[in-house]
Design a protein. Structure first.
Length: 70
């Protein structure tokens, strides 16, 4: 069991919405780098990554595609 990347978002809010959507469908997920949107006052976009267990990846992708979220 390891975490794999499901999706990347430029907005942490969108990543959290995706996480909540997955949780509501019984798929656990976490958001990595959700608080990172600038580094040392230089405007650099660091994507927020939604991570799921590798065994949940296919089901999570299907759910997001059906909901037109990716």
């Amino acid at each position: 069991m390891s975490l794999v990347e499901l999706a990347r978002y430029t907005s942490a809010i969108n990543a959290e919405v995706t996480r909540g959507f997955l949780e509501s469908h019984g798929i656990g997920s976490v958001v990595f780098d959700g608080g990172m949107n600038a580094a040392e006052s230089v405007p650099i976009t660091i994507p927020a990554r939604v991570m799921v267990l590798d065994e949940d990846l296919d089901e999570a992708r299907k759910l997001l595609q059906q909901a037109d979220m990716i």
